[in-house]
Design a protein around this ligand. Structure first.
Ligand code: NAP
Length: 208
């Protein structure tokens, strides 16, 4: 399978490249700066604000892992601006799956969050307003598209070796949820991209 990782120099993106290579896939590592990628991956400069760059990057790819998110230098709307580019480019291409990473603090229509979990989400929204608002906008674009997509929503993340113990669930994690290794989020994304499942849905990804 040929995979394109966007946001490949980020925390989850770096791990997604590593996980995809380890699983034996061909990997294009697309980052804004065209940063060096691990041996075996093809580095590409892809700013998702540039439709042409996104279209060139997806050509010939089977699945896309969207690890893009708001950073200090990204502007607050990178998901809302970039995701329409991916939808446009992927819709007329070889791409058959798109898997994205959002966050457990993002509340979507149909979520059954209890009062405790809602309080955590409200706090997350207050502390990380730009990130949450952009992920909500990104979700709306994805949900309105005809792509085959899945979006994973992790709780707090940490830089740590992957444990291989993660699961997808409709039950939102609360304040006491264990932080999840970025490598485990990446492993979940590669699995969803290659094996499918949770089509058109936004499960939480949690440790365990
Ligand atoms: N950290 C947590 O505890 C946590 C918890 C739940 C959810 N999340 C979400 O999980 C996602 C992934 O987390 P992470 O730690 O991997 O974040 P990250 O390291 O900040 O990665 C985001 C990546 O997006 C890239 N990006 C920004 N604008 C771009 C553009 N125009 N074109 C291409 N790439 C662009 C960034 O590149 P530059 O460095 O060049 O800007 C960066 O590499 C984030 O969106 C975050 O909101 C995080």
């Amino acid at each position: 399978v040929e995979l394109l990782v966007l946001g490949a120099a980020g925390g989850v993106g770096t791990q997604a490249v590593v996980a995809a290579l380890a699983a034996g896939h061909r990997v294009r590592a697309g980052s804004r700066a065209g940063s060096a990628a691990p041996d075996g991956a093809v580095p590409l400069a892809v700013d998702v604000r540039d439709l042409g760059a996104v279209a060139r990057a997806v050509d010939g790819v089977d699945a896309v892992l969207w690890c893009v998110g708001v950073t200090r230098g990204s502007g607050p709307d990178v998901g809302r601006v970039g995701m329409p580019h991916l939808v446009a480019a992927a819709s007329s291409s070889t791409v058959s799956r798109v898997v994205t990473v959002s966050g457990a603090g993002v509340t979507l229509p149909g979520d059954a969050k209890g009062p405790g979990v809602r309080a955590v989400s409200a706090l997350t929204r207050r502390l990380a307003h730009d990130l949450v608002a952009d992920k909500e906008g990104e979700h709306a674009v994805l949900a309105a598209s005809s792509l085959s997509w899945t979006e994973v929503r992790p709780p707090r993340l940490r830089e740590a070796p992957g444990t291989g113990r993660w699961r997808l669930t409709e039950a939102a994690p609360g304040l006491t949820a264990r932080p999840l290794a970025k490598a485990d989020v990446a492993a979940a994304m590669v699995s969803l991209a290659v094996d499918g499942g949770w089509e058109g849905r936004s499960p939480f990804v949690v440790a365990g």
